[in-house]
Design a protein around this ligand. Structure first.
Ligand SMILES: NC(=O)c1ccc[n+]([C@@H]2O[C@H](COP(=O)([O-])OP(=O)(O)OC[C@H]3O[C@@H](n4cnc5c(N)ncnc54)[C@H](O)[C@@H]3O)[C@@H](O)[C@H]2O)c1
Length: 338
């Protein structure tokens, strides 16, 4: 095989990004089929991507389309059964995060991956493929900061998108499941071990609608890891200045800060407000390159038969930690992880 023929399922907000990359930017991939339950998205596939082999039924795409692999970008509750069906149909699978919406579903996906060691499976924790995050990981492995013992992560969505977050709050599963999953994965990755205990709390100061929906506007969780290291995650939905994603890893001999100022670019605006750096506006903007690199990595893994850097087990573990964090937040008690 010198090209991987791919079918994409889900062409919403992120599906369009992956589909554009597969169609126009990844030479080893050929986007040959698309599936969505939304007719307008299939029109998009035909008109904007030139993909004419389109389906409203995922199983039909698996059975009929000329594809070696699927890229799953559907609603989170659909991921696990779609992963299983694709692997059982002999297709390589890239799935967006989260792996599943509960641990039982994740275990079902794990079993399917284990049934098919001949096929590639990769989960879309794209921050690991962001150049600054992968550089930080490399520096830690080289010993540049000694032994890492603390990860501090901030992830605050822009206030500009708060209306959507309020509408979604009732079904979000709570702020930590909704917003902390990437940081949970990064903590495990940077520290190289597993969390054993979590304590969490939330607060709502600006939009009471979050509390009314049983959620919170902001939250903080602290973690203990099996080697004694610590983690701290601050998530929120109301950054007035833009999309604030920042991570610091502290070690015995130094620290690494990623996006200490979440700036849009290196330009500075000098005017009556002083010297200003505009903030990056949204996740597609901040992680545009990482979305491309991760799917490129998936395609390379399929072509070269190598194992991707993110496994199905990373998906299950992060989901389990997300649930424990949510339990700690809801009960106000520390929760131990197995
Ligand atoms: N890695 C990241 O940073 C990141 C960012 C955003 C979203 N995501 C994940 O990507 C996934 C999609 O998110 P989104 O924001 O694009 O959502 P979205 O609602 O915009 O799009 C989801 C699409 O899935 C399609 N769909 C749903 N069920 C289907 C089914 N059974 N068969 C075929 N198509 C189906 C719908 O057509 C819908 O348009 C989610 O799981 C989300 O968690 C990840």
């Amino acid at each position: 095989m010198n090209k991987v023929k791919v079918g994409v399922v889900g062409l919403g907000r992120l599906g369009k990004v992956h589909a554009q990359n597969l169609r126009y930017k990844i030479p080893g991939a050929e986007l040959t089929a698309a599936c969505s339950i939304v007719p307008a998205e299939l029109e998009y596939a035909k008109n904007e991507l030139g993909v004419t082999d389109v389906y409203t039924d995922y199983k039909e795409m698996l059975a009929k389309a000329d594809i070696d692999a699927v890229v799953i970008v559907t609603t989170s509750s659909e991921h696990c059964w779609q992963i299983e069906a694709a692997l059982d149909a002999g297709k390589h699978v890239f799935s967006e995060k989260p792996l599943g919406v509960d641990v039982a579903q994740c275990k079902q996906a794990e079993a399917a991956v284990e049934r098919h060691p001949e096929l590639t499976f990769m989960l879309g924790f794209m921050r690991r493929y962001d150049k600054s995050y992968s550089y930080a990981k490399q520096k830690i492995e080289e010993g540049a900061i000694g032994t890492p013992y603390l990860v501090k992560a901030t992830g605050i969505d822009p206030e500009a998108f708060v209306e959507g977050a309020i509408r979604f709050a009732k079904n979000s599963g709570g702020i930590f499941l909704d917003m902390a999953i990437h940081d949970i994965d990064l903590m495990r990755w940077f520290l190289g071990c597993e969390a054993t205990e979590v304590y969490a709390m939330g607060a709502t100061f600006k939009h009471p609608e979050f509390k009314e929906a049983g959620d919170d506007e902001t939250g903080v969780a602290v973690y203990k890891f099996e080697n004694g290291a610590m983690g701290m995650i601050h998530v929120g939905r109301t950054a007035p200045y833009g999309y604030h994603v920042e991570t610091e890893i502290v070690g015995t001999e130094g620290s690494i800060r990623i996006s200490a100022v979440p700036e849009k670019n290196q330009a500075r605006l000098y005017n009556t407000n002083g010297v200003c750096a505009e903030c990056v506006g949204s996740f597609p903007e901040r992680f545009e390159e990482a979305y491309l690199i991760e799917v490129q990595e998936f395609v390379d893994c399929v072509l070269q038969g190598k194992a991707p850097g993110v496994s199905v087990y990373d998906g299950t573990k992060s989901t389990a930690i997300g649930y424990a964090t949510t339990e700690a937040w809801r009960t106000g008690k520390a929760v131990k992880l197995n």
